[in-house]
Design a protein around this ligand. Structure first.
Ligand code: AMP
Length: 185
């Protein structure tokens, strides 16, 4: 499937977390993406809140594009109901394809994989390899400690404050999506 509208790539956990609030947030964001006419690009798995957001988008008739590396397609259980599912040969290719397909990014709560993806996008933006907005959906203050760490990096002279300011942070998916889409180029 060729994505015809703007696509937003959502990074999120391959697990669902201990609080149902995370699943609820993924569902809400999925429904909102369709309402605002965005397609979803995601990691292509059916597990965790990755699967939840893809299901939520498809439930409302929205477009979903999944990209999963071959070696993970059984471990993470590839999402069989996603028609546009690209199987790639490495994690690096997965991330590259996700980045090139999307106009912007949102990180939901997740683990190391999610952290890796959101940090990489921030690095690429910092190096001006891309210029695409990234939002953090700060459900239940999930990213508060990360934001504190970034403040520490700025205070101790390891991070340009402008780089930190490129992150859009909100606990409200609607607000996050509005600010994010206002920054598309
Ligand atoms: P996690 O947030 O750890 O549940 O992972 C979310 C997604 O990121 C999953 O689809 C993982 O395959 C992927 N992932 C996990 N570890 C890495 C990594 N080191 N680099 C890139 N992606 C990863």
């Amino acid at each position: 499937m060729n994505l015809t509208k703007s696509a937003i790539c959502v990074f999120c956990g391959s697990r669902s977390g201990t609080d149902p609030i995370y699943t609820k947030a993924a569902q809400e964001l999925g429904h909102l993406l369709v309402e605002k006419k965005f397609d979803l690009v995601f990691g292509g798995a059916s597990c965790g809140i990755m699967g939840t957001i893809a299901d939520a988008v498809m439930e409302k008739g929205g477009g979903v594009s999944g990209i999963i590396p071959d070696f993970l397609s059984t471990k993470e259980v590839k999402h069989d109901r996603v028609k546009d599912l690209m199987i790639v040969s490495s994690m690096h290719e997965r991330k590259y394809r996700m980045y090139e397909k999307s106009s912007g990014f949102i990180a939901l709560p997740g683990g190391i994989g999610t952290l890796d993806e959101l940090v990489e996008i921030t690095t690429w933006n910092q190096l001006k390899l891309i210029s695409k907005p990234l939002g953090l959906l700060n459900v239940k203050g999930y990213f508060d400690h990360l934001l504190k760490q970034l403040e520490r990096m700025v205070d101790d002279g390891f991070l340009d404050p402008q780089t930190k300011e490129t992150l859009i942070v909100s606990k409200d998916p609607k607000e996050l999506l509005e600010i994010l889409s206002g920054r598309f180029i």
